[in-house]
Write a protein that binds this ligand. Sequence first.
Ligand code: ATP
Ligand code: GNG
Length: 212
Amino acid sequence: MIVLAGTIGAGKSSLAKALGKHLGTDVYYEAVDNNPVLDLYYQDPRKYAFLLQIYFLNKRFESIKMAYDQENNVLDRSIFEDELFLTLNYKNGNVTKTELEIYQNLLSNMLEEIEGMPKKRPDLLVYIDVSFETMLSRITQRGRSFEQVEKQPELKAYYQQVHEEYPIWYKNYNVSPKMRIDGDLFDFVNNEEDLEKVLAQVDKELVKLQLK
Ligand SMILES: Nc1ncnc2c1ncn2[C@@H]1O[C@H](COP(=O)(O)OP(=O)(O)OP(=O)(O)O)[C@@H](O)[C@H]1O
Ligand SMILES: Nc1nc(=O)c2ncn([C@H]3C[C@H](O)[C@@H](CO)O3)c2[nH]1
């Protein structure tokens, strides 16, 4: 199991798709399309932050259970990143202390369930690192309406916070082997050569871990 990690718009879904094709495995995407809470959250984070956290956590757990039934697969964003968003929402006053504690308790219960599963943790976490400028331009380019800074200028400060938290989160992540991909340097979406280079980096790591 390979999991993709990284800030909003880093390229997780894009690389997950390419890795799935390259390795011939299924890909479990993050629940964004048909998510009934995400656009509400962007309109009113104070009202919807807790509900969105619960929604994502539940979906993430669902994907993990399905993914664990198969030998090989790729997951778009890890369950371990959810707390980063939760903590930020707490810092920003969007979730209360009680909500924070209830969520953390639920998360640790869910992680205990995962510990009981045959495959306890990912084989490899692939972290896509991008600059703040790249993050913003990718969000603009992708064009999900509720994420646009042009419409809601205050989102820029939130994106800055998310971007600042990610390197700290990655540094502290120690659940599985991990590797970093430079998402500024490699255009693995439009440039075939870059994609080959990135896939080769992942393959090299898989060989090192005796997974390929
Ligand atoms: N390395 C790259 N080079 C050029 N464009 C990229 C790269 N990675 C992603 N993109 C583009 O950036 C946008 C965001 O990519 P993607 O949806 O894969 O990000 P994500 O990390 O899954 O985002 P989110 O966390 O919001 O779901 C898309 O338009 C995609 O085509
Ligand atoms: N608040 C919050 N908590 C989460 O756990 C979480 N996971 C993803 N997202 C947002 C980021 C992108 O807009 C979009 C796609 O990644 O969904 C989240 N937002």
